[in-house]
Design a protein around this ligand. Structure first.
Ligand SMILES: [Mg+2]
Length: 238
């Protein structure tokens, strides 16, 4: 199946609307997993497997049923965690510790992105459905932590994260963000929808995972890139 986004990196982005002028962007909001590091590292596969194992154990399901439920909850609740909380009264803390207890060696320091973020003016925050301790570990491993003034994590969103509109409202209120002068970058296309509805400029870091592509055809996707560092470098040249 082809989509409007099956184009060269950055091409569709430039077609969709002008690349934001960096001097007009006050705040850059970055997703963490599969956005600040490439999906090709397969790092998130480990989290994915641990989510499945958790669901299996927590609900005494076989692997197949756990996988089905994980997919179902992702579509219905945005995250498996939220589905387990809503339908099964699960407490989120133990879940988050368990699913994030992974080996970070598949990802490496990101000097190109580090240098680009150095040149990029404006405030920078992390907006993630993960926990802060995990986000800090990943940012340390990538060598990027110093660029971000804050991490707005799943606890800050009262465990109702992206794509619930309330998460975006809380982020904006807590950090004094003006949507119309902000950019949000995420690899899960449908997470961009509530941001676009608020007037935030959106960038989809495209990849092939079916969950990431879900909803990618919508006009809430303003820009598309396969290479975040290259996209940011292009905005610096624009
Ligand atoms: Mg992500």
């Amino acid at each position: 199946m082809t989509t409007p986004f099956d184009t060269a990196p950055g091409k569709a982005a430039l077609d969709a609307r002008p690349v934001p002028k960096t001097e007009d962007v006050e705040v850059w909001l970055f997703d963490l997993d599969n956005t600040l590091y490439p999906p090709s590292s397969r790092l998130f596969d480990q989290v994915d497997r641990r989510i499945k194992a958790f669901v299996q154990d927590f609900l005494s399901l076989d692997l197949e049923a756990a996988h089905r439920l994980q997919k179902e909850y992702f579509l219905e609740f945005g995250t498996t965690m939220r589905g387990l909380m809503t339908n099964h009264g699960m407490e989120p803390e133990g879940y988050l510790d368990y699913v994030h207890d992974i080996d970070l060696s598949p990802i490496a320091p990101a000097p190109a992105l580090d240098a680009t973020l150095d040149r990029l003016p404006g405030r920078k925050l992390i907006f993630t459905n993960a926990s802060t301790p995990y986000a800090e570990r990943v940012l340390d491993r990538l060598g990027l932590r110093r660029h971000f003034e804050a991490i707005f994590d799943i606890a800050a969103a009262d465990f109702e994260g992206k794509p619930y509109p309330s998460a975006y409202d809380k982020l904006i209120a807590q950090h004094g963000i003006a949507p119309e002068s902000s950019v949000f970058i995420d690899d899960i296309a449908r997470n961009l929808e509530p941001a676009a509805a608020l007037g935030i400029t959106t960038v989809w870091v495209s990849h092939d995972d079916h969950r990431a592509r879900h909803g990618a055809e919508g006009d809430h996707v303003h820009h598309v890139t396969e290479d975040l560092s290259a996209f940011l470098a292009a905005t610096l040249e624009a």
